[in-house]
Design a protein around this ligand. Structure first.
Ligand SMILES: Cc1cc2nc3c(=O)[nH]c(=O)nc-3n(C[C@H](O)[C@H](O)[C@H](O)COP(=O)(O)O)c2cc1C
Length: 305
């Protein structure tokens, strides 16, 4: 018996529940040289803004124990070049395409989303209201329930397909932010973006990132991400895409049990680009061994004390 790996999110069917995370494989071109992207449940693009951005000067990544810090600063080609240069490639890929949208102002989020509304190839957008690495926008919206609802509602009004809101762990109550996003019209959540952190070079006495701080990702943040998925799952019935420190299928199982319907793989791609494929394989084995017919049978099945 082959277990059913299909999942539905906001009316869109995914062949399997393992996607790549924003910012960890650009626009997919390099990954497609290693394996057909049809093996992924879906691909999430780097955050797209209205204008092209170079991001912060290097060093903008630093290794830590069990993780990495980054402060890329939303380097991206901008919406015009994205549509002109990246969409034709994405249109040829047999996988679900999710475009991640960022902005410094509500108007910017709206304008980028409005232009994406005319791009047939993408299945959904993921609203990044949780980037910790820019001076304006990002987490400013995602740490205030009022602004969260406002930006989500404004994008909802111009974008007709499903809208995922990517939440930040750097808040007092992620449940309150999730509720605000839902009130604004979100269809699903991605939980979570990176955790604010920094590292210091003790010889130069300078931060190891030119942005002075950055976002911690990788195995170190998995326990935080699991708790955040559980918190959002307890608060809302909307589907959750879990992300944060997933390296192998065992990690993946933990996220499904805590309430995720699908997953994204970020930092692990830098270590092992095939990680998503191995995770799908391992999940199938786990389901078979446990005599479960579908991956959806795992979702939210945590037996709490
Ligand atoms: C180098 C790098 C760049 C990232 N860029 C973005 C981005 O542009 N937009 C976004 O929403 N998240 C971005 N993220 C966050 C990831 O999508 C993901 O939420 C986070 O890395 C946690 O997952 P992980 O531990 O599997 O990496 C980035 C992460 C890394 C490591």
């Amino acid at each position: 018996m082959t277990p059913d790996m299909k999942v539905m999110i906001a009316g869109v069917e995914f062949d399997n529940p393992v996607l790549t995370a924003s910012g960890c494989c650009g626009y997919g071109e390099e990954l497609a040289q290693l394996y057909p992207l049809s093996k992924l449940g879906g691909l999430v693009t780097k955050s797209i803004t209205l204008e092209p951005r170079l991001g912060h000067p290097p060093p903008r990544t630093a290794e830590t124990v069990s993780g990495m810090l980054n402060a890329i600063g939303l380097a991206n080609v901008g919406i015009e070049a994205f549509i002109r240069e990246k969409v034709p490639f994405l249109a040829k890929q047999q996988t679900r395409i999710i475009v991640n949208v960022a902005g410094a102002t509500i108007d910017e989020y709206v304008e980028v989303s409005r232009r994406l509304n005319d791009v047939a190839v993408l299945d959904m957008i993921e609203l990044n209201i949780s980037c910790p690495n820019v001076d304006q926008g990002g987490i400013q919206f995602g740490s205030d329930p009022y602004l969260t609802e406002k930006v989500v509602a404004a994008v909802r009004a111009v974008f007709a397909r499903p809208l995922i809101v990517k939440l930040s762990p750097n808040v007092t109550s992620i449940g309150d932010i999730a509720s605000a996003a839902e009130a604004g019209g979100a269809d699903a959540f991605t939980v979570m973006n990176s955790v604010i952190g920094t590292a210091v070079d003790i010889d130069t006495r300078r931060p190891r990132l030119t942005n002075n701080k950055g976002g911690l990702t990788g195995p170190a943040i998995k326990p935080i991400a699991l708790a955040m998925v559980d918190a959002v799952h307890s608060r809302s019935r909307l589907p959750i895409i879990g992300v944060g420190g997933i390296s192998d299928w065992r990690d993946a199982v933990e996220f499904f049990l805590c309430g995720a319907t699908a997953l994204q793989i970020g930092t692990a791609l830098f270590v092992e680009p095939e990680a998503p494929l191995k995770i799908v394989h391992g999940l199938k084995d786990y389901l078979r061994k446990n005599k479960m017919k579908s991956i959806t049978d795992l979702v939210g099945r945590l037996e709490k004390y």
